[in-house]
Write a protein that binds this ligand. Structure first.
Ligand SMILES: [Zn+2]
Ligand SMILES: [Zn+2]
Length: 295
């Protein structure tokens, strides 16, 4: 399907997985929304890693440009491997979620410092090249710093030689369990979705069942890492288990070249159902900074 044809069917032009520079994306939140608008996207979710700090700016940009921006997040969990859960259309001020995000931020800061110190003592000082602060940096930011410092040829090379298990810059962060994250997202009125589910999870059926028993509501069947065949498998699993099917580009701007907002769009009835379900939800509005209240 060509993008020109995609634009003639705006009903299905949506993207529920994008990152800004509030985590490991390159663009500021408003720029992410502008890019998405330029690509014909009319509904999107800003899903920064363990952070909602870009949501306000993104929603304001959405209002300006006439597209709906869902307040959202991507949370890292570990069980039995690293597993990511998207939280779509969440109340970003829900106290349980706010507390958990503070905890995640602290843990991430400790992990990043530890990695940077370990790399430094091995002769690779990335501190001068680490942009954005150690509390929000992801391992992609650390990989970028390794490239900027001339220690790695590419981010891929950085992961292989420095950041994988057994490498000098590996340090495991303490993470929430999927059960905790799913319950946090449900508690914040959101839709928990298993992001890019094929990554390292051969027991996809059993794991989906277990996550569903915790309250999972969707599978991200459409993602750039997924082949057409894998997407078909995930759609059929989602159908069987009565889960929503979502699509996300995992846009990171220049930090992940070659990915554009909306690029994983496919014509599929399951996606039309997902969009309809999202559009049926009342639009969340953010309070003014002064009032501090949510609705
Ligand atoms: Zn992810
Ligand atoms: Zn992501």
């Amino acid at each position: 399907m060509k993008r020109s044809e995609q634009k003639t069917e705006p009903q299905t032009s949506f993207d529920l997985h994008l990152h800004s520079n509030c985590s490991d994306g390159f663009d500021a939140p408003a720029r992410v929304v502008e890019q998405a608008a330029e690509c014909g996207v009319t509904l999107l979710a800003l899903t920064d890693h363990d952070s909602v700090s870009g949501v306000r700016e993104a929603m304001q940009a959405g209002d300006r440009l006439g597209l709906r921006v869902l307040p959202a997040i991507e949370m890292d969990t570990e069980w039995p491997h690293e597993l990511h859960i998207l939280g779509l259309d969440i109340d970003i001020f829900e106290p349980g979620l706010v507390l958990a995000l503070e905890q995640a931020r602290t843990r991430r800061g400790i992990r990043n410092n530890e990695i940077a110190e370990r790399l430094k003592s091995a002769g690779y000082d990335i501190f001068p090249f680490l942009t954005g602060g150690t509390e929000v940096a992801t391992r992609l930011n650390i990989a970028i710093a390794l490239v900027a410092g001339g220690f790695a040829e590419s981010t891929r090379d950085a992961f292989v030689r420095f950041l994988r298990k057994g490498c000098p810059g590996y340090f495991a962060v303490e993470r929430f369990t999927p059960e905790e994250v799913i319950s946090l997202i449900r508690g914040a009125g959101g839709i928990p979705v298993w992001a890019h589910p094929m990554h390292g999870h051969p027991e996809i059926h059993a794991l989906t069942d277990q996550l569903k028993s915790f309250g999972l509501m969707g599978l991200e069947a459409y993602h750039p890492s997924m082949s057409e065949g894998e997407a078909d498998v995930l759609v059929s699993i989602a159908r069987q288990k009565k889960l929503l099917v979502t699509c996300g580009s995992d846009y990171h701007g220049a930090n992940r070249p070659g990915v554009l907002p909306g690029q994983t769009w496919r014509v599929h009835p399951a996606l039309c159902e997902c969009r309809a379900a999202l559009e049926a939800r009342p639009t969340r509005t953010l309070p003014t900074r002064e009032s501090g209240k949510t609705n």
